[in-house]
Each structure stands twice: as structure tokens, then as C-alpha cells.
Design a protein around this ligand. Structure first.
Ligand SMILES: C[S@@+](CC[C@H](N)C(=O)[O-])C[C@H]1O[C@@H](n2cnc3c(N)ncnc32)[C@H](O)[C@@H]1O
Length: 359
């Protein structure tokens, strides 16, 4: 310290309150794996169906070892995920938590969010190394919990919002879909959004595309299971290689910011879209300035941005690295650089911005 600098005074209370907040966060970090454990071992489903349990009962009903069930229950009770009755010595999953932890069709469903977070954290050593070298780390390089968790995280939101709210918010799109439109869903992953749209609009045909071959293999299987494979095809291609043209609607769900060259992708969408077509871009909810996103949603998404989406973009040509929290202004810039003239925020949820883009 130079002689002119004032000595820094440490407020011990502030220091300790920061440390105790961090202790809570360590518990929350470990809870990421505990939620995946409860999901995979059926603990939440068993509690939702059975009601109050002792560790012995949970262990027996789930065919797991009691010491694990006991410690897991105590961690869940300490974190407020389950309640504890000190007289009966039983643990209960409240009905609201049961919906969030077990109902895959509810927009409140959480295990997919934890699964993608858990998979993302497991690949952190590679990201730490990439940050040193400036290299990227592609979506295809991640473990399958990232891909599968992604589907389980986003699908409930598509079920709740896509057909009821997002598509009707776009000018003139629903009548076209009802009459029979051609749709391309770019960066479709496991095809959750493609299949939700195909189920709702039986007169329309759909092409889902993604550069990740393993995801497309699952998407094809999902289309067969949903009984829509006659109208839905999937192709392995980067966004800039989408086949076909004259599309009435091109959609991108939570993937534009993952691309290395979103402007190149946007130029290709412009070519592939009919002149009266619409490009719907769904991106994570975000404001334009970092400080607009210093809230719980922004915190989670900046975490994914650092560990998942930004490395994905950096792994591809151009490597623009928009970031998960790009915000409307940067997305608009991408579309106008590619020659689109109309851009507006058409809809949204606490987790999503939905943009309508037209030639
Ligand atoms: C966060 S996931 C979203 C997947 C899917 N849209 C959904 O909502 O479930 C991002 C997807 O973008 C895909 N992706 C990344 N870069 C791409 C590119 N340049 N061209 C096509 N797909 C790309 C990844 O393979 C991944 O499936």
C-alpha cells in the first residue's frame, strides 16, 4: 500500500454475512446433483404418490439404501424442498413442489433445468481450459445430460406457450399454419418445439434441423413416437445449410446466440423464407444492458452463457459470442445486418423473449 492510500476498513458483519450467504450457495450447488438424484431414483415421484414418508419407507418404496434416502431427505428438508414433521418424524413433498418436481407437462417443471445445469457443471473442467486458450467447446462435445436436460427444460414451456400465446402473437401466422404452411425449425435439438407445432397444425409440414447428429437421431424417434413423422422431417445441417426455400415460417428456439455466425444464419433464413414469411426467434429473457439482467433469471443464464452457450459460439466459425443474455438490441442488429427490415418483441414469459422478424 502506498503512503497516500487510505487504509481499507473491513466491516466484519458484512464479511460474515457474505460468507454465510456463500455457505447457502454451496448447499444450493450440491442440491443440483441431489435434485438429479431424486429425479432418477424416483424419490420425488414416490413422495408425490405416497404422501409423508420416513427414510425407511422412502428407501423401501424406491428400492434404494436407507442411509442415502435419510441423508437426501435431510438435505431436502434443510433446503425447503420438503417439509419435516418433528413429532411423526416424517418428510412431505408439498403438493405445489410435487407439481414442480414431477409433472413434466407443467410450465413449473424443474428437473430438466437441474439436469442441464448438472450436465453443464460436469463439463466445467474443459471450459476452464478453453477460457485460458480462447478455444470454444461445442454443443456436440457435452455429455448427454446437457442435451436431454435441454429438452426436458424447454419442452414444458413450449407446451404451455407456443401454440396458445407465441404463434398467435405473430401477425397472420396462425391462419397460414391452419391452412397448411411450410415451417423450418432451425437448431431444433431433440425437436420438442417442432413436434408441439406439428401436433397443433396437421395441415402443415415441418423441417427440423440441427448440426448435432445425435440430437437429430433422437428428434426423429420423438416424431415417430408422437405419430407425426409423416409431416415432420429432420435433417443434420448447420443453420446456414438449411435445405429448402419458400418457407412461410422459420423458427429458432434458444439457439441463435449459440451459433458462431448468427448473421450468416440470418442471411440464410432470409433466402429460405418466402417474401411474406415470418421468422420467429425465441431467446432467453434479457434486457440490453448487463445490469438489466442482474436478477435470479439473469444469474442462471449468465452461468449457462459462461459454461455452455458462449463456448458453443466460440467453437464455430466467426465465433461472435453474443452470449445467452444478448438482449433485444443485439438480436435486432443481427437480423438487420442480414437484410431484415421489421423486428419487434411479440411476446414473452419470465424466461423468454419472443421476436417477430420479417423481410
Ligand atoms: C439450447 S439448445 C436448444 C435446442 C432446441 N431448439 C430446444 O429448444 O430444445 C441449442 C441448439 O442449437 C444447436 N446449434 C448450435 N449451433 C448451431 C448451428 N450453427 N446450426 C444449427 N444448430 C446449432 C445445438 O446443436 C443445440 O441443439
Amino acid at each position: 500500500m502506498s503512503q497516500t492510500e487510505a487504509p481499507v476498513t473491513i466491516d466484519e458483519d458484512k464479511l460474515m454475512s457474505f460468507v454465510f450467504r456463500a455457505v447457502d450457495e454451496v448447499g444450493a450447488s450440491l442440491n443440483t446433483a441431489l435434485v438429479v438424484m431424486g429425479d432418477q431414483l424416483g424419490y420425488y415421484r414416490t413422495m408425490a404418490e405416497h404422501g409423508p414418508v420416513t427414510p425407511a419407507v422412502l428407501a423401501e418404496l424406491s428400492a434404494t439404501a436407507e442411509p442415502y434416502a435419510r441423508e437426501w431427505l435431510n438435505a431436502q428438508a434443510a433446503g425447503g424442498y420438503v417439509t419435516f414433521d418433528p413429532e411423526a418424524r416424517t418428510y412431505t413433498l408439498p403438493p405445489e413442489h410435487a407439481i414442480a418436481m414431477t409433472d413434466e407437462t407443467s410450465p413449473a417443471y424443474l428437473p430438466g433445468f437441474f439436469q442441464i445445469a448438472h450436465g453443464t457443471i460436469r463439463d466445467a473442467p474443459a471450459i476452464i481450459e478453453a477460457a485460458r486458450t480462447g478455444d470454444g467447446f461445442g454443443w456436440h462435445q457435452h455429455n448427454s445430460d446437457v442435451h436431454h436436460g435441454c429438452e426436458r427444460f424447454f419442452r414444458p414451456g413450449y407446451l404451455a406457450n407456443l401454440v396458445s400465446t407465441w404463434l398467435p402473437a405473430l401477425e397472420g401466422v396462425v391462419p397460414k399454419l391452419e391452412a397448411g404452411a411450410r415451417v423450418a425449425d432451425v437448431g431444433c435439438g431433440y425437436g420438442a418445439s417442432t413436434i408441439v407445432m406439428a401436433e397443433a397444425f396437421p395441415n402443415s409440414t415441418f423441417v427440423g434441423s440441427d448440426y448435432h447428429a445425435d440430437s437429430i437421431a433422437v428428434a426423429r424417434q420423438r416424431a415417430v413416437e408422437a405419430g407425426v413423422a409423416d409431416r415432420v422431417t429432420f435433417e443434420v445441417s448447420p443453420a446456414a445449410g438449411l435445405s429448402g426455400e419458400g418457407y412461410d415460417l422459420v423458427t429458432m428456439f434458444d439457439c441463435l446466440h449459440d451459433m458462431g455466425d448468427p448473421i450468416g444464419a440470418a442471411r440464410h433464413v432470409r433466402q429460405a423464407l418466402a417474401d411474406d414469411g415470418t421468422w420467429m426467434i425465441v431467446e432467453p429473457a434479457a434486457g440490453d444492458r448487463p445490469e438489466d439482467n442482474f436478477n435470479p433469471v439473469g444469474r442462471a443464464y449468465y452461468g449457462f452463457s459462461t459454461l455452455l452457450c458462449t463456448p458453443s459460439s466460440l467453437s464455430q466459425e466467426v465465433g461472435l459470442a453474443l452470449g445467452t443474455q444478448a438482449g433485444p438490441a443485439k438480436i435486432r442488429d443481427v437480423t438487420s445486418a442480414a437484410g431484415f427490415t421489421a423486428f419487434r418483441t411479440a411476446s414473452g414469459t419470465p424466461l423468454n423473449n419472443v421476436f417477430e422478424v420479417r423481410p
